[in-house]
Design a protein around this ligand. Structure first.
Ligand code: SIN
Length: 485
C-alpha cells in the first residue's frame, strides 16, 4: 500500500447521515494492477439508503436557507482541501482503479475543476423577468433547488464522476446521497471526509457503498422525497433506472454508453490527428464513455495515418503497474473487461481484420491488454458496434464526406464524436451533421468543467458541467404578480 501523508483519508466505513458507520458485511477492494484485494469497505443495505434520505429531509431547510454565497464558500473550502490533499487522493485512486499515478493526479485536478467551477457558478443561478402584455402584471421566473437528490457513479473515473454531480447539487441547495461504484468506493469516501472538513452540514452528503446496487437504488427510486436521480454508467442499467424513476416522476440525468466515431478527412493535419487519437483512445486505457471507439479515415490518407500511429504506439505507450515510473497504460478494471476486449479483437481478426500492433493480453498481469491497432475493420463487427472500453484502435476507411457522416451516425449512441479537418466549411457542415451531444473538432479531448457534457439517443439525457449542468439541479418557478396597475 502506498504511504499517505494523511492516512485518515483512507476511509472504509460508510458515511451515512453525517456519521461514519461499519456494516454487517464488507466489500473486498481489489488493486486491479496486482489483482489482489487490499482492504474491505462497509457494504450498506436499504436501511442506510433510507436513513440517508431521512437525514437529508431533516437538514434540507437549513441548507436551502443558506445563501448561495454561503454554500459556495463551503465548496471553495472543499476545492482547497482537495488541492491540499491531491497526492493522497491520487494514490487512493490509482490503488483502487489501476490508472497510472500521473493520470490519477490528472483526474483529481479534473474532479476539482468541477468543484471550483460550481463554487463560482452557484452564485449565478439567474432568473428572468418576462415582459407582460398586461400593464398591471409582472411575470417572474426563478430557479429553485430540486431538493433531495441521489447519484450513482461508475468506476472508470472514481472521483470526477462524483464531483460533477455533487458540486452543482450543493451549490444550488440540494442534498446529495451517493452510491459509488462497488469497485472504487475509496475515492468517494475520501471526498466525503473532505466535505465534512469543509463544513458541509451533517446529512447534506451521504456516501453509501454497497455490494448490491439494487439494495440502494430501489428504496431511492420508490421514495417520493427523492426528487432527482443522476446516473453515470451503462445504457442497460440506465434504462432500468429511467423506468424506475417514472414511478415517482423524478427528474433524471443519464450519462450512458457511447460509441464515439473519430473521423480524419484528407485535408486534416495528420500529425495532429494522430496526436488526437492517442489522447482520445489511451486516456484511462480506453475505459471512458467518450473514448473514441471507431476510427473512420479517408482512403487517401489511410496508410500514412496508420503508419504514423503504429510508430507512436510502439515508441510511447508503456504498459505496467500504475505506481511504476513512466507507465502510461495501466490495467483494465478486471479480468472480465480483458476477456471482453480479447473477444472483440478475436472475432474481428477471424472475420478478416488485421492486427498492426498488439492484439493480445499483456504479460504485465491478468488484467492487462496490449495497446492495439487494427485495420480492415468492418462497421458491422461487434468491435465497432459495442463499446470496447479498452486500448484498441479499429480503423475503417471512407471515400467521401457523406459516407463518413453516414458511418459515424450509424449507431444508437450519441455521446461524443471527433473529427479532424482544416477546411472551415467542412468543419461547420460536419459539426452540424454529427448526431452527438459533443463534437471535438481538431481535438481528442472534449471534457471540461465549463462545457455541457452529455449525450443524445441511447447515450442519455441531461448535461453535467457548465451553466447547463447547474440548471439540471434546479426547477423553474414562474410567478405571476398581479394588481400592480
Ligand atoms: C465518462 O467516461 O463517463 C466520463 C469521461 C469524462 O468526463 O471525460
Amino acid at each position: 500500500m502506498p504511504e499517505l501523508a494523511d492516512p485518515s483519508l483512507m476511509r472504509t466505513q460508510a458515511f451515512v447521515a453525517g456519521e461514519w458507520r461499519d456494516a454487517d458485511e464488507t466489500i473486498p477492494i481489489v488493486d486491479p494492477g496486482k489483482n489482489e484485494p487490499f482492504t474491505e469497505v462497509a457494504s450498506c443495505t436499504a436501511a442506510e439508503a433510507e436513513e440517508a434520505i431521512d437525514a437529508a429531509e431533516k437538514v434540507l431547510p437549513e441548507w436551502q436557507e443558506k445563501t448561495a454565497e454561503d454554500r459556495c464558500a463551503i465548496l471553495a473550502e472543499l476545492h482547497q482541501l482537495i488541492r491540499d490533499n491531491e497526492e493522497d487522493l491520487a494514490k487512493i485512486l490509482t490503488l483502487e482503479h489501476g490508472k497510472p499515478l500521473d493520470q490519477a493526479r490528472g483526474e483529481i485536478r479534473y474532479a476539482n475543476s468541477f468543484v471550483k467551477w460550481f463554487a463560482e457558478e452557484g452564485r449565478r443561478a439567474y432568473g428572468d423577468l418576462i415582459p407582460s402584455a398586461d400593464a398591471a402584471k409582472r411575470l417572474l421566473v426563478f430557479r429553485q433547488p430540486v431538493g433531495i437528490t441521489v447519484g450513482i457513479t461508475p468506476w472508470n473515473f472514481p472521483s470526477a464522476m462524483i464531483t460533477r454531480k455533487l458540486a452543482p447539487a450543493l451549490a444550488v441547495g440540494c442534498t446529495f446521497a451517493l452510491k459509488p461504484a462497488q469497485k472504487t468506493p475509496l475515492s468517494a469516501l475520501a471526498l466525503a471526509a473532505l466535505c465534512e472538513r469543509a463544513g458541509v452540514p451533517a446529512g447534506v452528503v451521504s456516501v453509501i457503498p454497497s455490494s448490491s446496487a439494487s439494495a440502494i437504488s430501489k428504496p431511492w427510486l420508490e421514495d417520493f422525497r427523492v426528487r432527482k436521480l443522476s446516473f453515470t454508467g451503462s445504457t442497460e442499467i440506465g434504462k432500468k433506472l429511467y423506468e424506475g424513476a417514472g414511478e415517482t416522476i423524478k427528474k433524471i440525468s443519464l450519462e450512458l454508453g457511447g460509441n464515439a466515431p473519430f473521423l480524419v478527412f484528407d485535408d486534416a493535419d495528420i500529425d495532429a490527428a494522430v496526436d488526437g487519437i492517442m489522447k482520445a483512445k489511451f486516456r484511462n486505457a480506453g475505459q471512458s464513455c467518450v473514448a473514441a471507439n471507431r476510427f473512420i479515415v479517408s482512403k487517401a490518407i489511410h496508410d500514412e495515418l496508420v503508419e504514423k500511429l503504429k510508430k507512436r504506439i510502439e515508441d510511447e505507450v508503456v504498459v505496467g503497474y500504475g505506481f511504476d515510473e513512466g507507465v502510461t497504460l495501466g490495467p483494465l478494471i478486471d479480468e472480465v473487461a480483458v476477456s471482453k476486449v480479447e473477444r472483440l479483437v478475436g472475432q474481428a481478426t477471424d472475420a478478416g481484420a488485421e492486427v498492426v500492433v498488439g492484439g493480445k493480453r499483456h504479460d504485465a498481469g491478468l488484467n492487462y491488454f496490449q495497446p492495439t491497432l487494427m485495420t480492415g475493420v468492418d462497421p458491422k463487427m461487434d468491435l465497432t458496434c459495442e463499446e470496447i472500453f479498452g486500448p484498441v484502435i479499429p480503423v475503417m476507411s471512407f471515400e467521401d464526406e457523406s459516407e463518413a457522416i453516414r458511418m459515424a451516425n450509424d449507431t444508437p449512441f450519441g455521446l461524443a464524436s471527433y473529427f479532424y479537418s482544416q477546411d472551415l466549411a467542412r468543419v461547420w457542415r460536419v459539426s452540424e451533421a454529427l448526431e452527438y451531444g459533443m463534437v471535438g473538432v481538431n481535438t481528442g479531448l472534449v471534457s471540461n468543467a465549463a462545457a455541457p457534457f452529455g449525450g443524445i439517443k441511447a447515450s442519455g439525457q441531461g448535461r453535467e458541467g457548465s451553466r447547463y449542468g447547474l440548471e439540471d439541479w434546479t426547477e423553474l418557478k414562474y410567478v405571476a404578480m398581479g394588481g400592480l396597475g
